[in-house]
Ligand binder design. Structure first.
Ligand SMILES: Cc1cc2nc3c(=O)[nH]c(=O)nc-3n(C[C@H](O)[C@H](O)[C@H](O)COP(=O)(O)O)c2cc1C
Length: 249
């Protein structure tokens, strides 16, 4: 059983989609091939992989309540390719969005459902994930927690203590459990979809989100975007900067 995972995020590194592909692969057995779809140069390579695959999993961000524009030409090509080659692929989808409600991915799911009808493929369903950016950050926080734990163990050994400084292990366990809880909805549904992909059955459309109350999400999202704005685009993402047309370019 060969499953092709297509990461459709245009980001080269550290996309939320790459995190969800990683998780989905943990729950899906058989032969697995990972692809990325960023430019037209990727099209032929991916289509060649689909020839002998049983399933394909699209993992992508929600852009303006829909499918990112660079994915659409690929879907058009894939439709023709699958019909011409009589492929009977099962298509699954993992969509994530920045806002907290995973249900905002519903229009994107419908696009994939309709695509399957047009391309004569089998729609297997998908998972729509809200708070994708924050869930993606949670994996860095986990690595940071591991780092702090290792540092505490090193300090404990240097001071003649054991490998199990109790306080450090408790603190690590508490924080790791909290991060696990934030991700619990995603893990639950991706595990379920993993079973469906393995069996080649219909999973349905499921929506989940980062497991924190919305008012806390908004607070952290505001802080996050102010920091990102300052570091990546100047104050307010360059809103106050001179634009090219103002400079007469
Ligand atoms: C051009 C653009 C449009 C977006 N539109 C939406 C949107 O309509 N709703 C939403 O919740 N998030 C939106 N987002 C946020 C992304 O869905 C979010 O950052 C996602 O986690 C990115 O996934 P990736 O890291 O896998 O690329 C948009 C982001 C960009 C860059």
């Amino acid at each position: 059983m060969k499953t092709v995972f297509i990461n459709c995020s245009p980001k080269k590194r550290f996309s939320a989609s790459s995190y969800f592909v990683f998780l989905q692969k943990l729950f899906t057995g058989g032969e697995q091939v990972s692809e990325f779809l960023r430019t037209p140069a990727d099209h032929e390579r991916i289509l060649a992989q689909l020839r002998d695959a049983q399933s394909v999993v699209f993992c992508l961000p929600l852009y303006v309540d829909g499918v990112p524009s660079h994915v659409l030409p690929f879907l058009q090509k894939m439709e023709v390719f699958c019909r011409e080659n009589n492929l009977n692929l099962h298509v699954y989808c993992i969509a994530n969005n920045g806002f907290i409600e995973g249900r905002q991915n519903e229009p994107l799911m419908q696009v994939f459902e309709n695509f399957c009808v047009r391309a004569h493929l089998v729609w297997g369903g998908g998972v729509g994930i809200g708070g994708g950016v924050m869930l993606n950050v949670s994996r860095i926080l986990f690595v940071v927690q591991v780092g702090i734990l290792l540092l505490n163990i090193a300090l404990s050994l240097m001071n003649g203590g054991g490998v199990f400084p109790r306080e450090a292990w408790w603190s690590f366990a508490e924080n790791a459990l909290l991060l696990l809880f934030f991700n619990s909805g995603v893990l639950f549904y991706l595990a379920g979809m993993g079973i469906a992909i393995r069996k080649g059955t219909y999973f349905g459309k499921k929506y989940t989100r980062i497991m924190i109350p919305s008012f806390i999400f908004i607070l952290f999202a505001d802080i996050f975007f102010v920091i990102i704005s300052v570091f990546e685009g100047g104050i307010f993402r360059g809103w106050l900067a001179k634009k090219a047309y103002e400079e007469g370019v």
